[in-house]
Design a protein around this ligand. Structure first.
Ligand code: AMP
Length: 297
């Protein structure tokens, strides 16, 4: 039996945060939407390195889903999540109902502009507005010293870091490395929706990132040549359709120059058709790699 405390109201969480702070303890928050996997649990390990108490929020945030079907189909298993959180040393779970974070009549949004426009911002309108709004609410509720996010969602980390800094939350935003399956596929709650053939073909993402990294290591600097390689690799997967494949500045997320001059973010989003008829909506996977050109020869 788990004795993990589960808090459901903002008021109670704030009271707990005040008590921890008064006792001089550092709080780390790991925000999640549940359906926990080893990627989420690695954030808990990182949070433990950063703080004395580790809190996890589990909340499937309705406002960040631009597609209602995606929201309805999002995997939920609270019992399993609580057991995993307890097993991995989480000290408290915050699991509010939607009405707690979005009270009747709520009309306040937190929105980051430029950083949230390209990539996932362009293909999922309103997504980052939902993310920044809910993360702001979670930070106000948990009052953490540090909050840990996954680098798999690279743009999300950039957008949240900007928001936390712009609004003076006084919280450190830590980005932790992507956890992968043994064959390289980034862990994602959406992977459960991949049929067996789509799961095999999903490795095209990793192959494309690897090929680009290797090309850069061998001296390729041309942005378009690198992207052509990505398209060729993913083009071999018959179930895959590229949503975006772009190379951008990792700080500003502006499009990189034609010849890469420094560290550059290769960001991919690919839709995989369900294998076989009637097996549901396409599964959208994202992954990224920071390409680091060495000094010019
Ligand atoms: P989610 O529940 O999918 O919203 O993700 C919650 C947090 O886990 C976010 O900060 C994600 O970036 C992070 N995350 C998701 N997948 C991974 C992964 N494979 N490795 C590391 N962190 C991840």
């Amino acid at each position: 039996m788990s004795t993990l405390p589960v808090v459901t109201t903002v008021r109670e969480l704030q009271a707990q945060a005040d008590a921890e702070r008064a006792a001089g303890r550092r709080i780390a928050l790991v925000p999640t939407m549940g359906a926990l996997h080893a990627g989420h649990l690695s954030l808990v390990t990182e949070a433990r390195r950063q703080a004395d108490v580790v809190w996890m929020s589990i909340f499937v945030n309705p406002t960040q889903f631009n597609d209602p079907k995606d929201f309805e189909g999002y995997p939920v298993d609270m019992k399993r999540d609580l057991a995993l959180a307890a097993e991995h040393g989480v000290d408290l779970v915050f699991s509010p109902l939607a009405a707690e974070l979005y009270p009747e009549g709520a009309q306040t949004w937190v929105e980051v502009s430029e950083l949230a426009e390209p990539l996932c911002g362009a293909s999922r309108p309103g997504h980052f507005r939902g993310v920044t709004t809910v993360v702001a609410k979670l930070l106000l509720a948990a009052r953490p010293h540090v909050a840990v996010f996954g680098q798999k969602d690279f743009q999300q980390c950039a957008v949240i870091r900007r928001m936390a800094s712009d609004l003076g939350f006084g919280v450190e935003i830590v980005a932790a490395p992507t956890v992968r399956e043994p064959d390289g596929l980034a862990l994602s709650s959406r992977n459960v929706h991949l049929g067996p053939e789509a799961r095999r073909q999903a490795l095209a993402l990793v192959r494309a990132l690897d090929a680009a990294e290797q090309a850069v290591a061998q001296g390729e600097r041309g942005r378009d040549a690198l992207l052509a390689g990505v398209h060729a690799e993913i083009g071999q997967a018959s179930l895959a359709q590229i949503d975006y494949a772009e190379i951008r500045d990792p700080e500003t997320l502006e499009i990189s120059p034609g010849q890469l001059a420094g560290p550059s973010l290769l960001a991919l989003a690919v839709n995989f058709a369900a294998d076989g008829p009637g097996q549901g909506a396409p599964v959208r996977l994202i992954d990224n790699r920071v390409l680091t050109p060495g000094p010019a020869a």
